[in-house]
Design a protein around this ligand. Structure first.
Ligand code: BES
Ligand code: ZN
Ligand code: ZN
Length: 469
């Protein structure tokens, strides 16, 4: 990882490239040469002037997104050189978080499956400030941990289904717990069967890999709130017997993104030692076909006793989450917040685009807060509302509810409403569902995000925690 240092202005740095963020071409002596190079002070416009050891990068606004993207663009240019160090003069220290995260998130590369491994370059990025103080040091430290957590999640999600299946996800969770002193419980299929978690159990039944229920916990003495996170950890989603068409099956290694995000958040919460009791629960399951596979027409009973008619085995995430949500609420008392994260529906991607998370729940105020903190953290999110008519569309003639809706419209919302059936009355206003199907995995680079996994959900949640009163 790129090494980042805070440096006092008084300390003269001899070497290295200087990164200069420009919002106006008139603000530089190099205007002439930049003009001849067709440089404009616009987003993602970047020019390296070797003679004067400068990287110029355009930027149109003084907000997190624009600054982080500008720094990301410049750092990618820097990392394409053999130079050892770069620096930036940070005038507005409010932007420190954006500068650090923009740099570290852009510097991420996933090359585990390339036969030729490039030598890892040791590069350094110095952030020069007028005066170092404790607050800036804390912000730097915090942003480094957040970026580490995001990059950890990206690594997990990018790993192939052949190399990352439920048992491996459980091992990875154990490793994280060891490193950060989290409590760790791994439950297996026997537990699912003995505890009437028939919905989750059925989804994984045709896989050669055993399903795992992962439960990490952070319990500091000074905990101010009790928070539960639940993640969809489909290490592969073939669709099951309602098999996905070939073109839709590729990228389904990313169906574990919600579960990975939850593990990444737990890692960061422990590293930052946040004063909250946090439970991270992941349903790690593989949805496959086989002679014993669960079938459309089956009726499954979830842990809370509700019966579910399976109409489509590709709507499996909600079945896994249903039991995980029940488990969480049965095991953990007096919860302050319960959040779930899932690449739950293609409909969410169609509805709000591939960069945005859909936020759902019953508590309007809580949803607005979640959107606000997501945007402040650099993630894109929007609120999607339930209504009484969509609620009716998952009624079943055979069982209590169907696992898909009777309408072709509003699929992200009807999936959210399905989950609401597994939220206890006392937790209705404490619950949020994050559909991260779009941003979790994008098959092109965007801003400081590389091709593939983005680590969606991590930054927005940590920002929410930071603002807890
Ligand atoms: N994992 C998929 C959702 C998904 C689609 C995530 C595209 C990321 C990108 C989920 O399990 C699924 O297959 N959902 C179905 C639901 C349908 C059967 C009601 C879908 O979205 O088509
Ligand atoms: Zn599916
Ligand atoms: Zn899925």
């Amino acid at each position: 990882m790129l090494k980042i240092n805070l440096v006092d202005k008084e300390k003269k740095l001899k070497s290295g490239l200087e990164i200069i963020i420009l919002d106006d071409l008139n603000n530089t002596k190099d205007k002439k040469v930049l003009k001849t190079l067709n440089f404009e002070a616009k987003d993602e416009c970047c020019e390296l002037l070797l003679q004067s050891s400068k990287i110029y990068v355009g930027c149109e606004a003084n907000d997190y997104d624009s600054i982080a993207i500008a720094v990301a663009t410049a750092i990618k240019k820097f990392s394409s050189t053999t130079l050892k160090s770069a620096k930036i003069h940070l005038k507005d220290t409010k932007n420190l978080k954006a500068v650090v995260e923009g740099a570290l998130l852009a510097d991420y590369k996933f090359t585990n499956y390339k036969s030729e491994q490039k030598k890892i370059k040791k590069q350094e990025f110095n952030i020069v400030v007028d005066e170092i103080n404790k607050k800036l040091e804390d912000t730097l430290n915090e942003s480094i941990i957040i970026s580490e957590a995001v990059n950890k999640v990206r690594d997990m999600v990018n790993t192939t289904p052949g190399d990352f299946y439920p048992e491996i996800m459980a091992e990875t969770a154990k490793d994280i717990a060891m490193e950060t002193e989290l409590e760790c419980k791994i439950l297996d299929e026997k537990y699912l069967e003995e505890n009437s978690m028939n919905a989750m159990f059925s989804v994984g039944i045709a896989s050669v890999h055993e399903s795992k229920l992962i439960h990490l916990a952070h319990k500091p003495k000074n905990a101010k709130k009790k928070i539960v996170l639940v993640g969809k950890g489909l290490t592969y989603d073939s669709g099951g017997l309602s098999l996905k068409p070939a073109d839709f099956m590729t990228t389904m290694k990313s169906d574990k993104s919600g579960g990975c995000a939850v593990l990444g958040i737990a890692y960061a919460v422990a590293k930052l030692n946040l004063p909250i009791e946090l439970h991270a629960i992941v349903g790690a399951v593989e949805n496959m076909i086989g002679g014993n596979a669960y079938k459309p027409d089956d009726v499954l009973t979830a842990k809370n006793g509700k019966t579910i008619e399976v109409k489509n085995t590709d709507a499996e995430g909600r079945l896994v989450l249903a039991d995980c949500l029940c488990y969480a609420q049965d095991e953990i008392e007096s919860i302050d917040y319960i959040f779930d994260y899932a690449t739950l529906t293609g409909a969410c991607v169609v509805g709000v685009g591939e960069y945005t998370t859909g936020i759902m729940g019953n508590n309007q105020k809580l949803k607005q807060e979640a959107v606000k903190h997501a945007l402040a953290s650099g993630e894109y999110a929007t609120s999607l509302d339930f209504n009484r008519f969509l609620r009716k569309t998952i009624k079943s003639d055979v069982a209590d509810i169907n696992n898909i809706a009777s309408t072709r419209y509003g699929g992200a919302i009807t999936a959210g409403i399905f989950l609401d059936n597994f939220i206890k009355e006392e937790n209705k206003d404490k619950w949020i569902h994050f559909d991260i199907a779009g941003p979790a995995y994008v098959e092109k680079a965007w801003g400081y995000n590389p091709f593939g996994a983005s680590g969606a959900g991590v930054r927005m949640t940590l920002e929410f925690f930071k603002n807890l009163k």
